[in-house]
Design a protein around this ligand. Sequence first.
Ligand code: DC
Length: 238
Amino acid sequence: MNLEESSPEKNKKINIAIDGYSSCGKGTLAKQLAQHLGYIFIDSGSMYRAVTLFILDQEIDPQDEAAVEARLSDIDIRFDLNGDSGRFEVVLNGVSVESRIRDLRVSSQVSYIAKISAVRRKLVEIQQKIGFNKGVVMDGRDIGTVVYPNAELKIFMTASSEVRADRRYAELKQAGQNVTWQEIYDNLVSRDSIDSNREDSPLTMASDYRVLDNSNLSREEQFALAMTWVSAALNEIG
Ligand code: DC
């Protein structure tokens, strides 16, 4: 399916931007909202991860901006609907890479790739096309500031670093990965710092965001809160 044609009615559909720190449950909330509203969920971080995977597989140094930029035209990123999960999954040069982009090899390098303006320009263009007809919930770092500055609802998610490391550690352990809690924690803190301090499109909370700190909220509670914001945003567009 072509994502650009996949939102049938324009009426009463909004775009929802969810930004925030690493591993604070943006994807979980985005998925819940998309499922409930019948919208498309796009994990924009998976696109930066797919580019990182390509660069690492080519044995290019992710911090060598010129070398990365020189290979960008060899990278095709798109999303395909996975019939089993009902989710759009990231496809790199024709191959689904969902199962390869979450390990520490990619996580530890992805912030360097995400700093490169040419990479951001390429991915933002794809993200904007996907949201053209509305009905998209997209999570990332710059969705409400750069990708969809006119999104009808912008949510900024956060939680304490320890809570986030606990959650990510449990996830990776369950997926059978051999990692320590400290490695996860250090990676989160380092990514947050690079993502917030980079020159191009840093993670920042503008005043038009609704803030959701979920350190002490259950999934159900955060979903209920976000749905009140969705209803308000839908009411506003009439
Ligand atoms: O959400 P995530 O942890 O999968 O994101 C991976 C990396 O990509 C993270 O270091 C921040 C970066 N990123 C970004 O710069 N802009 C986005 N819209 C999404 C992710």
